[in-house]
Design a protein around this ligand. Structure first.
Ligand code: DC
Length: 225
């Protein structure tokens, strides 16, 4: 039986992973899995019910009682926590500010990775996150590591936030991105790091179309091997 195809897209916050992963998955007809949305979902629930965010065991227990569903729809991926549509809510600043802490615990990561692997068992996938190529899908046929300067990433986030009617300062966005990078790279459990066999793409001065075209080219080559 032919092996399912797996594309892992990792990189720091706001490097453009989800934008390109969505387009690549659509073009190929693969399922898109946003692993960051899963960590955000747990963070949202922990904040809502008042779980101690510094306690990995309590967060793990909360996760075991929590249903997180990523559903593909015409308008893109929708995220449900225990049946509630939290797609927009998990992008709010309170969740963003705490998600690196919540995702730093090994207890949390073990269960998240188990769920992510189950999702990739039946379908061809494009999965984006921080540890997909290094840890979740180490045998992925294509691994991409996207990066961009902090300045460029802050400007991209600023534009996204403006579209949602929020007006943060570029300076505050830069600080928040740099802090999240630091926490994601310095944690002991599966830190953000490029897989040895990942192709690194610096998207600072590339358009979305150029990044997508580059990834599709790599996929084409890998599929013809
Ligand atoms: O991709 P994102 O910004 O939505 O991810 C939110 C946070 O979740 C990120 O700061 C670190 C964590 N995360 C992780 O630890 N591992 C992943 N595979 C995906 C996200």
């Amino acid at each position: 039986m032919e092996r399912l195809f797996q594309i892992a897209i990792d990189g720091p916050a706001a490097a453009g992973k989800s934008t390109v992963a969505k387009i690549v998955s659509k073009k190929l007809g693969y399922v898109y899995i946003d692993t960051g949305a899963m960590y955000r979902s747990l963070t949202y629930k922990a904040l809502a019910v008042g779980t101690d965010l510094n306690n990995g065991v309590k967060l793990q227990t909360l996760l075991c009682e929590t249903e997180i569903i990523l559903r593909q729809s015409e308008s893109g991926q929708r995220v449900f926590v225990d049946g509630e549509d939290v797609t927009e809510r998990i992008r709010y600043p309170d969740v963003t500010a705490q998600v690196s802490l919540v995702s730093s615990f090994q207890e949390v990561r073990t269960e998240m990775v188990r769920r992510q692997r189950v999702l990739a068992e039946r379908c061809n996938v494009v999965m984006d996150g921080r540890d997909v190529g290094t840890h979740v899908l180490p045998k992925a046929q294509v691994k991409i590591f996207l990066k961009a300067s902090v300045d460029e990433r802050a400007v991209r986030r600023f534009k996204e936030e403006e579209l949602k009617g929020r007006h943060p300062s570029i300076k505050s966005l830069k600080e928040a991105i740099a802090l999240r990078d630091k926490m994601d790279m310095e944690r002991t459990a599966s830190p953000l790091v490029k897989a040895d066999d990942a192709v690194e793409m610096d998207t600072t001065s590339l358009s979305v179309e150029e990044v997508v075209a580059g990834i599709l080219e790599i996929v084409k080559k890998r599929r013809s091997i």
